[in-house]
Design a protein around this ligand. Structure first.
Ligand SMILES: Cc1ncc(COP(=O)(O)O)c(C=O)c1O
Length: 355
């Protein structure tokens, strides 16, 4: 049966008349703007911040469209990808009724967002190699699940999933397949963006928080069919991206060459760090990484975590997470930070040997 967006959207969303702001109703140039109840006396910080920002983020979308080779009508911009995740729940999942599928272990916000919306999460474990378990996913689903979250490269394991497995799920799943590509710029795998036109049930999430180094700005992207993005634009808060975010993002986009440089530096550091970690006697396994972090299994992760913390180095303890027993997730640092990390790990090993 061909995919029909209207058949899986919530009825209230399908029937929604969106809020129409002053900036929606008049978008041209004018001498005097007295239509939005802004403060005509200006703001303490000057500039044009007394004005509401562009609700359609047109300039920014045009730039991102050029960068990603995706039409602006297929782009949603939000307050981090977390906003896009939240909106997808609001659009597709009826509280108390609907279910979504999450392949664990993965990024925590899918399940948290589900819980916030009173939507049941069907947790399907990844295989021991942190790959998608197609058999388990298919036997868990009943056919009415609204969203399937696939995080590739996956957080916290760091690996990208096999492309043929994702393709299989895209053909098979009846609801929306959300591929979260927060870490795609660190991966050797191609993005799923190029497949957008082949799968009307595909939503790809990307973010400015990782490769772009703009986590503080809060800017995430969702890419999907024209029809689906149109609904996201209706459901979002009218002015979900501040003027500051839009300005700063445009500034960053004009300097995109620097991003490539920084990603390359990071990949070089990742390679060195992975080799160094694998050589430590208390390391059991360094998992392959397609991201800007690495999952490492230690003899005693809790102890290593505390020792690092004593030295002022914070990593993420994932040892309580399924399939991640005795694992720490370590973000790839700068050259200097990685040196400090390795020196601290070695100090811990020496201290334990002396006991
Ligand atoms: C897989 C994944 N998706 C999304 C996010 C959040 O992205 P944003 O900062 O755009 O909300 C994270 C943050 O760590 C993440 O790991």
């Amino acid at each position: 049966m061909p995919f029909e967006l209207a058949s899986i959207l919530r009825k209230n969303i399908l029937q929604l008349t969106p809020y129409s702001s002053a900036r929606h109703e008049f978008t041209g140039e004018a001498k005097v703007f007295l239509d939005a109840n802004e403060n005509s006396m200006g703001s303490p910080i000057g500039e044009t911040y007394h004005r509401y920002p562009d609700p359609g983020q047109e300039k920014l979308k045009a730039k991102i469209s050029g960068l990603k080779h995706i039409p602006a009508e297929q782009i949603f911009l939000g307050n981090g990808s977390d906003e896009a995740i939240d909106l997808l729940f609001r659009m597709f999942c009826k509280p108390g009724d609907d279910q979504v599928v999450v392949c664990q272990p993965t990024y925590g916000m899918y399940a948290v967002s589900a819980a916030i919306h009173d939507v049941k999460t069907l947790n399907v474990p990844l295989t021991n190699e942190f790959q998608l378990d197609l058999g388990a996913i298919k036997s868990t689903c009943k056919g009415s699940e609204k969203l399937l979250f696939i995080c590739s490269p996956n957080n916290p394991s760091g690996n990208a999933f096999r492309r043929e497995d994702i393709s299989d799920l895209l053909h098979w799943f009846k609801g929306i397949v959300v591929i979260d590509e927060a870490y795609i710029d660190f991966s050797s795998q191609p993005s799923w963006l190029e497949e957008l036109d082949n799968f009307p049930n595909l939503v790809v999430l990307q973010t400015f928080s990782k490769a772009w180094g703009l986590a503080g700005l809060r800017l995430g992207m969702a890419f999907g069919s024209v029809e689906l993005i149109e609904v996201m634009m209706k459901v979002k808060a009218p002015y979900n991206l501040s003027a500051v975010v839009q300005e700063m993002a445009l500034k960053a986009l004009a300097l995109s060459g620097q991003v490539e440089e920084k990603v390359n530096l990071l990949l070089h550091e990742r390679e060195k760090l992975l080799v160094a970690l694998a050589g430590l006697p208390n390391v059991i396994k360094v998992y392959p990484s397609d991201a800007n972090f690495v999952l490492v299994r230690f003899n005693d992760a809790r102890k290593v975590y505390s020792q690092l913390l004593n030295e002022g180095i914070v990593v993420r303890d994932r040892s309580m997470v399924s399939l991640c027993e005795d694992c720490l997730r370590i973000t790839i640092g700068s050259q200097e930070e990685n040196k400090l990390l390795l020196a601290s790990l070695q100090k811990g090993i020496n201290m334990n040997a002396e006991k």
